[in-house]
Structures are given as C-alpha cells and as structure tokens.
Design a binder for this molecule. Structure first.
Ligand code: ADP
Ligand code: ADP
Ligand code: ZN
Length: 212
C-alpha cells in the first residue's frame, strides 16, 4: 500500500500519517520532518534548505527527490509507505513516476483556508520525532511533552501567521494542480478535512479500501 497525502499546510497530513502508520504498520515519510532534522543536525542539506523553509517557500525539487527516492528504497518500505508532504510540484510527481516509485492512492485532505490559521497557531511539534499536537484539538497528555517519545514540543518558526499565508499561496500556486494529475490516473481520493481527527481517519481508511 503506497500512499500520498496531499493537502494545504495545516490540513492534517502529519496527524493522519501518524494514525495510518500505526494502523497499517507502514512507515510515514515526511519531507518536512526530514528537512527539519537535517537543519537541527547542521548537515549540508540542512544549511541548503533553511532559508526556503523559514520563508515558507518550496525547497528545490532536486534536493527533495534525492532524499525521497533513497528513503522509499529502504527495506522498511517494502510493504508500503505513506508520503506526507511530497510530491508538492508537478515536476516532483513526474519525477517519482519516472523513477518507478509506484503509488496506489492519493488522498487529498480538503480544507478551507479560513480554518487553517487557528490550526497553525495551536500547533505544537515534537523536536525529536516530528509528531504534531494541537493545544485544543489534540493536546499532549503532559503540556510541552511528546506522548510518543518524551521529546520537547515547540512552535514551528514557519507557523507564524505571515509565513502560513505565504505557504498557503505556494500551495494554491504549485501543489493543488497535483489533484488533476492524479485524478487523471484514477488515483485521487478526496477527504473532508474539517471534521474530527478520528472521523477523517475513518474516511481515509474507507477511501483506500483498508481493512484494519
Ligand atoms: P506542512 O505539513 O505544514 O505543510 P511541511 O512540514 O510539509 O509543512 O513542510 C514545511 C516546509 O518544508 C515547506 O514550507 C517547504 O519549505 C519544505 N518542504 C517540505 N516538503 C517539501 C517538498 N516536497 N518540496 C519542497 N519543499 C518542501
Ligand atoms: P499538516 O501536516 O497538513 O500541516 P498537521 O497534521 O500538522 O497538518 O495539523 C495541523 C494542526 O491542526 C496540528 O496542530 C494538528 O494537531 C491539528 N489538526 C489536525 N487535524 C485536525 C482536525 N481534524 N481537527 C482539528 N485540528 C486538527
Ligand atoms: Zn516525539
């Protein structure tokens, strides 16, 4: 089961990827988390991507494709994987096809821009494992501490309202057209994002025909 999660920033991709990973027992691959980890570790990749990420712009396709193609070839992906936040441009989607990365379903989590600001101001992310929480909709058991790994929860720098607006613009300009690309291939599944986390997850499992 090879899945792509599409959707605007704040649509709930990371949250749903986490649940799907547990229920389907396949890894979630978040390019955002991989890039943030590279920045934290001060690697060459981390240095190359920092400015783009801080400004809410897309990182160049070549950098993304390199890390994704390598990651999906790892042994733990042999029964499937969940791509969270990638592809994000037509060029990335076409390159994944060209490199033989097979995709079964593309789930687009649909949400109005108006809902997003509240989600982002309340988002807290684990600096260690990347898991995301929301101070109201999905709080951690202990304030500031990740339920999964005990890591510290912080506010992402790019969740500042001006940067969120920029990221939404980028989504509408460069990523949204991927829905047409995958619809033509018969792979697109639309999911209502403006409902509870659990209900959205049930809809996704039904849309991909998963038995859990
Ligand atoms: P969100 O889940 O809120 O949309 P992500 O963690 O997926 O945010 O992405 C954060 C930032 O990382 C993006 O604004 C962009 O700079 C960079 N990024 C992540 N994935 C990609 C990608 N596939 N292509 C280009 N840039 C990416
Ligand atoms: P994305 O990865 O698409 O940027 P996240 O999964 O990080 O989105 O979700 C953004 C924020 O909204 C997080 O704080 C998350 O806890 C919260 N959230 C996710 N899904 C829902 C939902 N269905 N209802 C309310 N809040 C949600
Ligand atoms: Zn954690």
């Amino acid at each position: 089961m090879n899945l792509i999660l599409l959707g605007a920033p704040g649509a709930g991709k990371g949250t749903q990827a986490e649940l799907l990973m547990q229920k389907l027992a396949i890894p979630s691959i978040s390019t955002g988390n991989m890039l943030r980890e590279a920045m934290r570790n001060g690697t060459a990749l981390g240095k190359q991507v920092k400015q783009y990420m801080d400004e809410g712009l897309l990182v160049p396709d070549e950098l993304i494709l390199g890390i994704v193609v390598e990651r999906v070839a790892a042994p733990d992906c042999k029964n499937g994987f969940i791509l969270d936040g990638v592809p994000r441009t037509l060029n990335q989607a076409e390159a994944l096809e060209a490199k033989g990365v097979k995709i079964d379903h593309v789930v687009s989590i649909e949400i109005d821009d108006a809902v997003i600001e509240g989600r982002m101001t309340g988002r807290r992310a684990c600096t260690a494992c990347g898991a995301t929480y929301h101070i109201v909709a999905n709080p951690p058991k202990a304030e500031g501490v990740c339920d999964l790994c005990g890591g510290e929860l912080t506010i992402r720098k790019d969740d500042a309202p001006e940067t969120v607006r920029k990221r939404l613009e980028v989504y509408h300009a460069s990523t949204e057209i991927l829905k047409d690309f995958y619809a033509k291939m018969g792979k697109l599944r639309l999911i209502e994002g403006n409902q509870s986390i659990e209900s959205a997850n049930e809809d996704i499992l039904a849309a991909i025909g998963a038995q859990v």
